[in-house]
Ligand binder design. Structure first.
Ligand SMILES: *[C@@H]1O[C@H](CO)[C@@H](O)[C@H](O)[C@H]1NC(C)=O
Ligand SMILES: *[C@@H]1O[C@H](CO)[C@@H](O)[C@H](O)[C@H]1NC(C)=O
Ligand SMILES: *[C@@H]1O[C@H](CO)[C@@H](O)[C@H](O)[C@H]1NC(C)=O
Ligand SMILES: CC(=O)N[C@H]1CO[C@H](CO)[C@@H](O)[C@@H]1O
Length: 956
């Protein structure tokens, strides 16, 4: 590629700074959406998990008068232990409903005098005891007051008991309830999942409690700090197995039922409970001495050995954490189970982790490298929580970022231990740091940390599960670990975990424990971290190597945007700058004010400065022009002098660096470059610029490819880019390369639009259509090949994919097909597919929103998906929207391409028209979409002519 128009060497420094910031802006706007690598750990399943929520406007909340109108429990009662018995019916009753019945006795003690008992209960029909919803008795010497009346409060999910006299402080009581609930297919609380095996429909009862669904399973004090001991009994049919957090204690077989009782759990939070009844089978190992590790799944999946890989990595990952945390695994067993229907990616229930099938099951023949990576990192994420989050739990959901950010950081360490050859640690740059840079650069971003009072309702709680919490949390914790050094970080962590085991904390408790071991830092951990957690955004640090001056500035996507959220720190940060001079690591420098000078950073001649080595800090860097030039020429001549991460970072910072790709052989810098190109494609694929851009990027790509082939050094650590270009030219099937490299080269060529590729792809797909039991396509190429074949084909190709989708026995194969079917260019096929998304017999509920997103990603499908969502808003909202995280991604996904005034108006109108229906957690995503669209319009207006000119000139 020739010169890039943004950075002109003739402009002065001031201009350059602006230009480079503008550049980074572009980059920050770009959002990657690599299907296979979607990082969906704990919560979100949708591919584009870049949504975040904005702060709920701070209306002065009118404090409700009655305690049962508050969303938070009063602090007068604390639970001690529960006996819970549940009996799910895996066959429908006469009315076609699936039910469960249950019984619960909770022992609680009274710590403040009160004549009210308020306990969570939602969507449960409670049995009457002498006209009341519950029965109360005293424990030991205590006599229970009589119940005056009981009632349910639907809005706040409470069962309330008004007593005739007060409970005594210090005394304990038992509250008994009997209840019936629906085992619905709503993926919340105790729910049912269905699948077909050998032509027989099977039903599984399973659960998802986080964040506020335990109360939909049995009446309980459903807040994370209300820890208690649970003794669980499950009644189930012969031939099924019951699982819960603990080990099964006894099984009583009375025809035709079995009663499985579990040992009492440790003290734990309600949101970490899990109850499952199924006829699944397991494989197990005891590679970790005395610890039983099991992987559970559908019989067929286990027989096909799809659980083997997960079982192989679980032992090492647990060992890693035991060592890292310096604390033994807190439980006596580790179960992990893959469920056909599951809303999140995975859930860290203590001792019984639940997963989507795609996040746990691996088939050596059918799965791709990307699938395998995802499985490893998701397992590492969930198992990290067994200590951090489960053993020690944050007091309230406002601190969710610490819990999820932490697991999102250490998952890379755990996965790296299990798969040391993958270099997986570097990927945090792509999948977390760059991703969240794009979101946190918005004027409407929000701080990591929120005050406890700001998070109350279930919808507000579910809004906390966003990219800021996960990815910015991961990035700032990584920075903390880097500046303290890893041994110090691990030591403080271990002290924190051991001190608060089985208890609850607030995030500052972790800072205290790190402070006790940390030293050599210019301020306390509190002071330093407050600047990163209490104010939104991040700085761009500009180093002028001609003078050694350093300045920081709040980095904004649109530098003209108005930040109306004040910060007590005035948007300055304490910035730890790790840096090197001409290849030599220097002592870390702390930037503690807006501007500073560090004379050692003044260089000249051949010398260069590279700051934020390994992108260990959560900030961007800019330099004076001369230093940029020296870095770029270094990339061109001796790029090994810089780490892979820094190469990727430079490419992300400046498009100039694309020139240097021809000698780049590592995956991450490439992926970084390709993601940046994607933003162009999104912005221009509906305009005349696209014609020019296609020709140009295609020729760039051919050049790259030729170099790769000629050097015979194609290696991307087993990765193939899944970006879909248009297929143009060149048949590569008989290029003499080792098998694996050849696959990679073909994958790249096809996805990047090389000649002849179309024919090649069509012929592969046709072969498969002719003999469906023999798929000739390499797993790493399937995403590309399926999508292209369907894009070039018609109804026949589509229907074949549909049949294969319906028959797929491996979940990741089903996902690839589901995503590929969205690639067709035929409008009626796309519309029919959109209709399928609202029919759970065709597309599982868990997959509806992501399928609509796949369709919206297609340039032809985008307007259809937008119309569809607008027309069906209230239906979709009722059935899919409530409080679900994936739902905000829906809005985000559909509006990704929006870049015209007309679209902005449509978006605003959509908002107005549906105010009466509401948007749930998507309210915030909608605001964000409006801001992004505005930024896109601005960018396109400013750059379209340049880009067109540049690409036109380049391609002639
Ligand atoms: C809970 O179950 C255990 C074991 O069956 C029993 O000893 C205990 O009394 C029960 N507790 C309550 C409050 O019902
Ligand atoms: C709860 O009771 C209501 C009203 O009687 C009934 O319509 C509903 O089906 C019941 N739900 C369950 C799960 O039993
Ligand atoms: C699991 O480990 C065993 C023993 O090391 C190995 O033979 C097998 O290939 C591994 N399975 C997978 C799917 O990685
Ligand atoms: C999560 C939890 O409390 N797990 C418990 C399950 O039961 C075993 C004993 O069966 C305990 O050791 C675990 O702590």
């Amino acid at each position: 590629m020739g010169r890039v128009y943004y950075v002109s060497k003739n402009v002065g420094l001031g201009m350059l700074v602006l230009a480079t910031i503008a550049l980074a802006t572009i980059i920050a706007l770009s959002i990657a959406y690599d299907k296979e690598r979607a990082k969906n750990r704990g919560k979100p399943e949708n591919e584009a998990t870049d949504s975040t929520s904005m702060p709920t406007p701070l209306t002065t909340p009118s404090t409700p008068k009655e305690p049962w109108d508050h969303y938070r429990l009063p602090d007068s009662l604390v639970p001690v232990s529960y006996n819970v018995t549940l009996w799910p019916r895996l066959r429908p009753n006469a009315d076609g409903m699936y039910l469960f019945t249950g019984y619960s006795a909770v022992i609680f003690s009274c710590v403040k005098e009160t004549d009210l008992i308020i306990i969570h209960s939602n969507k449960l029909n409670l049995t009457n005891f002498y006209g009341h919803h519950a029965k109360l008795s005293g424990l030991g010497d205590a006599t229970a007051p009589t119940i005056q009346k009981t009632w349910l409060v639907v809005k706040t999910h409470y069962l309330v008991l008004q007593l005739r006299s007060a409970l005594a402080v210090g005394a304990s009581y038992v509250l008994h309830t009997e209840f019936q609930g629906e085992l619905a297919d709503d993926l919340e609380g105790f729910y049912r999942s269905e699948y077909t095996e050998d032509g027989v429909k099977k039903v599984v009862a399973t659960s998802q409690m986080q964040a506020t669904y335990a109360r939909k399973t049995f009446p309980c004090f459903d807040e994370p700090a209300m820890k208690a001991v649970f003794t669980v009994t499950i009644i189930h049919d012969q031939g099924t197995v019951a699982l819960s957090n603990g080990t099964a204690d006894s099984v009583i077989d009375g025809m035709p039922l079995r009663v499985t009782t579990f040992e009492p759990t440790e003290r734990m939070s309600t949101y970490l409970l899990a109850f499952i009844v199924s006829d699944f089978v397991n494989i197990q190992s005891t590679q970790n001495s005395n610890l039983l590790i099991r992987i559970w799944a559908r019989r067929k999946a286990i027989e096909d050995r799809q659980g083997d890989y997960a079982l192989n990595v679980t032992g090492p990952i647990l060992q890693f954490y035991e060592h890292y945390y310096n604390a033994t695994y807190p439980l006596s067993k580790s179960d992990q189970i893959a469920l056909p229907d599951f809303n999140a990616g995975a859930m860290e229930n203590w001792g019984l982790v639940t997963y989507r099938e795609t996040a746990l099951l691996y088939d050596p023949i059918m799965s791709s490298t990307g699938n395998k990576e995802r499985i490893t990192t998701v397992i590492a994420h969930e198992l990290a929580h067994m200590w951090f989050g489960n053993l020690v739990t944050l007091q309230w959901w406002n601190d969710l970022w610490l819990n999820e950010g932490f697991a999102s950081y250490v998952e890379y360490l755990g996965a790296d231990y299990a798969e040391p050859t993958w270099n997986i640690k570097d990927q945090i740059i792509l999948y977390d740091v760059h991703k969240v840079f794009a979101v946190d650069a918005l004027a409407s971003s929000h701080p990591l940390s929120r005050r406890e009072e700001e998070v109350n309702t279930p919808a507000q709680i579910s809004e906390m599960f966003n990219t800021i919490s996960y990815s910015k949390g991961a990035a700032v914790l990584r920075m903390l670990s880097e500046f303290l050094t890893e041994p110090v970080f691990a030591k403080g962590l271990s002290s924190y975990l051991n001190t608060f085991a089985f208890g609850n904390t607030v995030y500052t408790d972790l800072w205290d424990h790190l402070q006790q071991v940390g030293m050599h830092i210019p301020h306390t951990v509190h002071n330093i971290m407050n600047r990163w957690t209490l104010q939104m955004g991040f700085p761009v640090v500009t180093i002028d190597t001609r003078t050694g001056s350093i300045t920081q500035k709040h980095f904004l996507l649109d530098p003209d945007s108005v930040v109306d959220r004040p910060s007590q720190f005035n948007y300055t940060w304490f910035v730890p700058i790790k840096w090197m001079k001409t290849g030599v690591e220097q002592q870390q420098h702390w930037l503690l004010q807006k501007t500073d000078a560090h004379i050692q950073m003044r260089v000249s001649g051949e010398d260069w400065v590279l700051a934020n080595t390994n992108v260990s800090g959560y900030f961007r860097v800019n330099y004076d022009l001369d230093n940029w030039d020296r870095l770029l020429s270094l990339l061109n001549t001796n790029h090994q002098a810089l780490s892979i991460i820094n190469r990727a970072q430079i490419i992300d910072d400046t498009f100039e660096a694309l020139h240097t790709l021809h000698i780049e052989r590592d995956y991450i810098p490439w992926e970084s470059a390709l993601r940046n190109l994607d933003y162009y494609i999104l912005m221009f694929d509906r305009t005349e610029v696209y014609g020019a851009l296609q020709v140009n990027t295609a020729s760039l790509r051919i050049l790259i490819l030729l170099i790769l082939i000629l050097t015979g050094k194609v290696y991307f650590k087993g990765k193939v880019f899944t970006h879909i270009g248009l297929c143009y030219i060149a048949v590569l099937s008989n290029i003499p390369l080792p098998r694996y490299n050849q696959i990679n080269a073909i994958g790249i060529a096809c996805s990047m639009g090389v000649d002849g590729c179309r024919e090649l792809i069509k012929s592969w797909y046709r072969q498969w259509m002719e003999s469906p039991h023999h798929n000739p396509i390499h797993p790493n190429l399937k995403t590309t090949v399926y999508c292209s074949a369907i894009a070039f084909g018609g109804v026949e190709e589509w229907d074949f994919a549909w049949r294969m989708f319906k028959n797929a026995t491996l979940a990741s194969e089903a996902v690839r097909l589901r995503s590929a079917m969205a690639c067709t260019k035929v409008p009626w096929l796309l519309n029919r597919y959109l209709e399928y998304t609202l029919d759970p017999t065709k597309i599982r509920k868990q997959d509806a929103t992501s399928t609509i997103q796949y369709i919206a990603r297609n340039v032809v499908g985008m307007p259809l998906a937008w119309n569809f969502v607008r027309a069906r808003w209230s239906y979709i909202f009722q059935h899919y929207g409530r409080g679900s995280f994936s739902f905000s991604n829906l809005v985000n996904g559909i509006t990704k391409r929006f870049s015209t005034d007309f679209e902005l108006q449509e978006l605003k109108k959509f908002k107005e028209d549906n105010l009466h229906v509401g948007f749930g957690s998507a309210t915030l995503a909608l605001e964000q979409a409006i801001e992004k669209t505005t930024a896109n319009i601005k960018w396109v207006t400013e750059n379209k002519a340049h880009v067109l000119k540049w690409f036109t000139e380049e391609s002639t």
